[in-house]
Ligand binder design. Structure first.
Ligand code: AMP
Length: 586
């Protein structure tokens, strides 16, 4: 042990799981990581829900607190591993009684309420495919994702159903069952829906998970690309090996930790680390139903004695805006590890963490397709503010460029920009895009998965994010496809063309901005601008809809007819517009 480590362990009595990075990288094997999990009895494969719930429910952690739910209104509910086992068994039996089989897609559209977590694991126990949707989506993103994945079951609340789904039913012929969850009092059970609580009461609390092949599909997570429909990243049960081990190595989970992941399960972080990883590691997970509010968040950190906190840069920046004085009113001594993901974490935010909490934020990087953390700053290593960190043991990351012949070439020269690529083959790597094998294949070359992110590697092996290769937008940590927004705007009778970009924003990183040209017969007006904003918001939901609309007589297009978002963005930023030779009128 070096001096630095000794000093750190005197200050910090908990010894980090990953102490020596080089040694951990060299010694790591996925086979060994797999041994940390139990597997189904009698060698019947591996199932995420068994590793997260049943394994602990039948062992010494049976009565350990698995999940503490904090309701918006102040109500608190506690669930031990044993209680979660009973509830998830009941739900798996409900699915079975409804003839929902292995591989059928079960969608969950709900806020962060306990039933979401119960139905997630129950679905996995039944070997059906879990597809969580973000509850702030409007009807259009919901329809698109349910139609693409041919949802058989939807679990949602009465209010979300009435507001966002009921009118979509004719467009979703594969949808057989809608099961309602949430507050009893509001339940009227609209036609074509069932009360899940009733079904659960009648269901047995015994359930045996059938043999599950590690390659059986477990999760379907939709993500956005520059063009076309959303992409359904397919993940398998084997992914749990990566969820588990990255919780341990990158988030430094220890047995007495109280962990709070602030991400919504509608996005991949909220599933891999908001649902699965803390429980496979047998620790207590805090689930907060409320939306961001600095005072509420500090109170949660204090009252729940959160020791490991995983959040996102937008939230950190919002806390920074409120100021450190507020933080100092709270006792946050339980906090020992802070991590962040989803967008670039500016160096000031890392430093602010150190000043405010006495600990820096540890940035880490991954994406829907990777299923789990791939690059991270670790507890035992000094954080390099602004860097995403170093690859998780077992992951080979490289900066690559494509040659003219289409081959992938690794860029060895440090500090040189290129595409971030990962050697294919880790357990939580996506196995396909749902029904789009060609789109999937295009992501791989020369044995690497090409991430679509531009980054640099420094001489010490730390990775630095530079930007996206494509036009997708990151707003408050949510990945938004410009095409989805443009298509919706085009549905308005006044719109001839729409081009959508991410406009830089000091807090949300980017906000969605649309450029619109109108059809003949329509004139630009403030009233029409407001009408279009409202039109998009109702259909897409507040997270995806544009915050700004600018009218243009005509939008720039390439000779092949594509709207040049790149040019719109350069103009917005006041940057040189570069080579416009492919412009129609260039
Ligand atoms: P998603 O698939 O929605 O999780 O979004 C993944 C994308 O978010 C990545 O491809 C990056 O562009 C961005 N991202 C995630 N984590 C980081 C990070 N630590 N720093 C910079 N960008 C990030």
């Amino acid at each position: 042990m070096g001096w630095e480590t000794i000093i750190k362990s005197l200050r910090d009595p908990i010894v980090p799981n990953l102490l020596d990075y080089t040694q951990a990288q060299a010694a790591f094997s996925w086979k060994q990581a797999r041994r940390e999990l139990e597997g189904l009895p009698c060698g019947a494969g591996i199932n995420i829900a068994h590793e997260a719930v049943d394994r602990h429910a039948t062992g010494p952690l049976r009565n350990h607190l698995a999940m503490r739910w904090l309701g918006k209104s102040g109500r608190i509910e506690n669930y031990t591993f044993a209680e979660l086992q009973t509830l998830t068994n009941r739900f798996a039996n409900v699915l079975r009684s409804l003839d929902v089989a292995k591989g059928d897609r079960v969608y969950v559209l709900a806020g962060r309420i306990p039933e979401l977590y119960v139905t997630a694991f129950g679905t996995l126990k039944n070997r059906s495919v879990l597809c969580p949707l973000f509850s702030a989506f409007g009807p259009e993103p919901i329809r698109a994702r349910m139609a693409l994945g041919q949802a058989k079951v939807l679990i949602t609340t009465e209010s979300l159903y009435q507001r966002k789904v009921s009118k979509l039913r004719p467009a979703l012929p594969s949808l057989k069952h809608v099961l309602l969850i949430g507050d009893e009092e509001q339940r009227t059970c609209a036609p074509g829906t069932m009360d899940l609580h009733r079904l659960m009461e009648d269901a047995s609390k015994q359930f045996t998970i059938e043999p599950t092949d590690p390659e059986d599909v477990a999760l379907l997570h939709f993500t956005s690309g520059t063009t076309g429909t959303p992409k359904g990243a397919v993940h398998v049960h084997e992914a749990v090996v990566a969820h588990h081990i990255t919780g341990k190595l990158a988030l430094d989970f220890h047995s007495n930790d109280i962990f709070w992941c602030t991400a919504d399960p509608g996005w991949v972080t909220g599933t891999s680390y908001g649902i699965i990883a803390p429980l496979t590691n047998g620790i207590t997970s805090i689930v907060d139903e409320g939306e961001f509010d600095a005072e509420r968040w500090y109170a949660i950190l204090q009252d729940q004695k959160v020791s490991v906190w995983y959040t996102a840069p937008t939230a950190i920046r919002m806390m920074m805006k409120v100021g450190a004085q507020l933080a100092h009113k709270y006792h946050l001594s339980a906090l020992r590890f802070l991590a962040s993901v989803g967008e670039p974490l500016n160096p000031e935010a890392v430093v602010w963490g150190q000043e405010t909490f006495g600990r820096p934020f540890h940035d880490n990087w991954w994406q829907t397709e990777t299923g789990g953390i791939m690059i991270a700053n670790y507890a035992a290593m000094d954080v390099r503010p602004g860097s995403m960190g170093r690859p998780v043991p077992g992951i080979e990351a490289a900066i690559v460029r494509k040659t003219e012949e289409g081959k992938v070439e690794i860029i060895e020269q440090p500090d040189t920009q290129g595409e971030l690529a990962l050697r294919a083959g880790w357990p939580s790597m996506f196995r396909n895009y749902w029904n789009e094998p060609e789109r999937y294949k295009k992501c791989f070359a020369g044995g690497f998965y090409l991430t679509g992110d531009i980054a640099k590697r420094d001489k010490d092996g730390y990775f630095w994010f530079v930007g996206r290769k494509d036009d997708v937008i990151k707003s408050s940590g949510h990945l938004i496809g410009p095409f989805e927004v443009e298509s919706t705007l085009m549905e308005h009778q006044a719109v001839a063309e729409a081009g959508v970009i991410g406009k830089p924003d000091p807090v949300a990183m980017e906000v969605v901005k649309a450029f619109v040209s109108l059809k003949d017969g329509y004139t630009v007006s403030e009233a029409l601008r407001r009408e279009l904003l409202a039109f998009a918001r109702v259909r897409l939901g507040p997270v995806v809809a544009p915050k700004e609309i600018e009218f243009r007589p005509k939008l720039p297009r390439t000779r092949s007819g594509k709207i040049m978002r790149r040019l719109l963005k350069a103009e917005e930023l006041g940057l040189p517009t570069g080579d416009t030779s492919t412009l129609e009128d260039g």
